[in-house]
Design a protein around this ligand. Sequence first.
Ligand SMILES: [Zn+2]
Length: 829
Amino acid sequence: MRRSSAPSQSGKRPLFPDIENYSPITNVNNSNKPKEDSSVALHREKRLKTLKFKPILIPERKALQLNSNDVTTTKEVISDHEEKIRKMLSKPFKIPIPGYELSGRFLGAKFSGPRRALHDPNAANALVVYAPPELSEHERLKIDESKQLVHVVVDPLLCNILRPHQREGVKFMYECVTGVRIEDAFGCIMADEMGLGKTLQCITLLWTLLKQGPEAKPLIEKAIIVAPSSLVKNWYNEIFKWLGNRVRPLAIDGGSKNDIDTKLVGFMKTYGRRCVNPILIISYETFRLHSHVLHNDEVGLVLCDEGHRLKNSENLTYQSLMGLKAKRRVLLSGTPIQNDLLEYFSLVHFVNQGLLGTAQEFRKKFENPILRGQDAAATDSERAVAQERLNELVTIVNKCLIRRTSALLSKYLPIKYELVVCIKMTELQTQLYKNFINSDSIKRSMQNHESEKKKGGGTLSALSAITLLKKLCNHPDLVYEKIMENSEGFEGASKLLPSNYSTKDVMPELSGKLMVLDCLLASIKSTTSDKIVLVSNYTQTLDLFEKLSRKRQYKYVRLDGTMTIKKRSKVVDSFNNPESGDFIFMLSSKAGGCGLNLIGANRLVMFDPDWNPANDDQAMARVWRDGQKKPCFVYRFLSTGTIEEKIFQRQAHKKALSSTVVDQEDDVCRHFTLNDLRDLFKLEENTVSDTHSKFKCKRCVAGVEVKGPPEQSDCNSDLADWRHAHNSRNLPDIPLKHCWSSGVSFAFHHRSTEQVKEKKEIEEKPEEVNMDTEEKEVEEGKKKTEEGNIGQKREAVEIREVFNPVDTLLVHRWVFLFVSSSPDQLKVL
Ligand SMILES: [Zn+2]
């Protein structure tokens, strides 16, 4: 045992090392010691006697005796870990800065090696606002690792509390302020209606920019929030609420002129990561009065709350803000901009100077012709020009403006039908399936599951077994190689395949689901002008879709993870264009459909179930969203009685997921007990729908739904309260009716309720955390109301402005303007 010579340790040292084993206690405790030890003790005794020493038993020494005894007997037993802990406890380290939290990195430590994203882009629920371009293997070898770009991923701390529309908002703003949406323009207008969480979205943006960037260093060092003086404190509190002590904003709310100047100079003169207060919150008035200081240096981002104050480009506040050296500008406004084009110009000009030209150019190009076209006496050609200019304006502006209004939006969302379609597997699939679940490999892997869970290894893990079964449900092609390799679970399966089996050409008739899909596509293609989105978890399935599309000569586009954002939006734009003739959009649920706007399609097939219900909701939101004009049909395909139904049931009950939303199958697996797995791998053969059977449904008698679902129910209700279709008679969708005989065994279906209500329910549906957000917003609203009735005033203004149409044409277009959150939709409008 090493002994420290530090003063703190000296007390633990016995005064005379030789006497340490001499007390009676020692002898008792040492009775089990090997003989050599006792002889040593004897020897010592002898020596002590010769030294004429009497054992002194003072209380202090007694205590020490125990200590040293410990040392002698457990010399080999003390582990390094134990030693470390004891050392730590003997002199606990205290961080001298109160509230400081360790980041896991060491101060002053220089990290070499490849750059890394700050947060895991593949984590469950991760919000990736920037993804580096995918590199080929060759490029990867060539690239200088220290220059590699990294993902920018929103801090999970915030990401996990963001609602879907807030995630979209953050991504939108991030893309704007990094110049992705419009070349050389770094500003945007966040015009979400009050109650949608603008503040949180902005804080998320700020936090992300202050901490991260594609170059693995922060994109900005400092930011300024300019707000009405009554909201300065509010911003400070909000930042603290969401980020705690992670960042310390400098809120300037009154004080003497010199005082403020000193603080502002301090703020402007600090650089780099060392900024103590990287965020300055300041009122418009104070900003204007002290602009001489603030104009001295560059600031990463400026954010103007209640930005409609800047609708007049002539006033002093506007001009002093314009003088700020800040490339990135975000303007927040919960108040829709009034029907005054010039005001509009001012706001856009503030965030993206020059985007609409100068004020004169704007007047000439947009304002005058648009106003002329609205005149009652306008000629047809004048009207046409007005329309054209308005469209142009709207397209430009929507690239940097985001506005979501639940009330307005819901009016535009058409009805949505959701259909859960249970489809019988083909004979071949069933045989392969049974062969698989009854194989020795599977039995062994189930037995090993419990121990494997701990080890995390094994031959055929439960996870890979699940994946193989899911793939088999999609089409035998997906497991063909495994079958031919005679690999685990497929021992002897090759003899089940028909002799002419080939993966070269797709054979829909070998898969129940693909057969129904084939039929559905044909029916839609031949009887409607609708477009369709196909979603699958597996790229192999998408390959299959491609083969099928080529076989049937359908025009299609496919989006995968490797596409750049620009390419993506090109593909999406082209698909959404009604003229394009693309019939199918193929989407991998892993490629992240988040934020994609596919309103060109009004039908969507989820070809296989995902563990995470949020992913399914995400996918569905691609088509049933702002700007959609047609009734929507969302089909979820499930192979009857198979693992897919079980996954779906778990998804519906969120059983496997508990409170956290789990994205990776790997994690789901870890939650499974042996019984769960047994159930998962069981094939329910004699049922038209395992899910329906499990309900013990009282509304259905002998294969007929005799009693309808409750009147208040809709597609957000529990599946037991949907329509239960045992045959095609009452299906709301004609194409699906046509396909029933291709293998559908059962269908659940329901529609969304009348529109205003349904939007509200969507807002309220997501996870519990949202309730929190909502409460916070209510709180926030209250606070604001207390602070001079601002909340109420704001709302009143909003209503007046929206429903006080000055001119019908303009207001109609305006509604579109505010409703549409991205330029893609406008093309369709
Ligand atoms: Zn029923």
